[in-house]
Write a protein that binds this ligand. Structure first.
Ligand SMILES: [Zn+2]
Length: 300
């Protein structure tokens, strides 16, 4: 029921252009890597805020990742993926294993850039990125001294953010779908009632900090069975919650939108409540404290 209502709200918010592209979310960017228009050189531009300043955000590719070798995000990722900058404990030398791990991540990041360039035939900027990767410019960049492995880097050519290109948005959505959909044949989604490719896990998570998580500050999954003992019939992941990619992704995007809202959310020390209405409501009601605000102008 909750997923039903959230997908309805997502359709409404999408019509009002309030939702980001599929599997994009606001992210803080610490560095821009500006690629020359011939793809044969690149330079870093620092965007880390000065003390007291708020970091700038842009909606960028994102999907929940876990495991021992989490896959890269398209175009915008941390320095560990973009530059093979290993994780380092302050005051200690870089462990060999951390260095190897970072190299593998950069290889996967570069391969994903080329996957987009292959899919975006005819997009001149994708061609620039192909040159940037295949001529070894990416692999020979000098890492700025003050950069850390967790810093997020976005790529630009001229004044264009590459992750905002429609071709990048399309490639990223299909990459996430292929990573997160189950291997089974199409089956009935209990949200939309149609046969579709069912998800094994929901690609989008609840954003870190949006709900109280006991101080751990990590992304959280709305529906997730990790251990057989907790699942009906010992089934794990989403086997007991059949939901297709369209419904699962959009429901979570809608929930994150509500959790980030000042008008449709109320936080307490150990809980968060969000609300929305299916029909537009009287303006006077929406301005009253703690009352449901109209989420969008289009009736659900
Ligand atoms: Zn569905």
């Amino acid at each position: 029921m909750l997923l039903h209502r959230l997908t309805e709200y997502a359709a409404c918010a999408e019509a009002d252009s309030e939702l980001p592209p599929p599997y994009y979310r606001p992210r803080r960017i610490q560095w821009i890597l500006r690629i020359a228009e011939d793809g044969r050189s690149a330079a870093f531009v620092g965007r880390r805020p000065a003390k007291g300043e708020k970091a700038q955000e842009t909606t960028a590719p994102y999907a929940y990742r876990s495991g021992t070798m989490p896959p890269p995000f398209l175009i915008v990722d941390t320095a560990q993926y973009v530059l093979a900058l290993p994780k380092q404990v302050v005051g200690k030398p870089v462990a060999e294993r951390a260095a190897e791990d970072a190299y593998r991540r950069r290889e996967a990041y570069a391969a994903l850039l080329l996957e987009w360039a292959d899919a975006a035939v005819g997009d001149p900027l994708a061609g620039v990125v192909r040159t940037f990767v295949t001529t070894g410019v990416l692999q020979s960049l000098t890492v700025p001294e003050e950069m850390t492995s967790a810093d997020v880097i976005a790529l630009m050519v001229g004044t264009t953010w590459l992750h905002r290109l429609p071709s990048a948005q399309g490639t990223w959505a299909s990459v996430v779908r292929s990573r997160k959909s189950g291997k089974a044949a199409a089956a009935l989604c209990l949200v939309c009632g149609k046969d579709g490719e069912l998800l094994s896990t929901i690609p989008e998570s609840i954003k870190s900090g949006a709900i109280p998580t006991g101080g751990r500050g990590r992304d959280a999954q709305l529906v997730s069975i990790n251990a057989a003992a907790r699942g009906r019939g010992r089934a794990i992941q989403l086997v007991n919650t059949p939901v297709c990619e369209g419904c699962g992704g959009r429901a979570m995007a809608a929930l994150n939108l509500l959790l980030a809202s000042d008008t449709n959310r109320r936080r307490t020390a150990d809980s968060v409540t969000v609300w929305w209405t299916q029909e537009p409501v009287d303006d006077r009601t929406s301005r009253a404290p703690n009352s449901p605000a109209p989420p969008c102008s289009t009736p659900a």
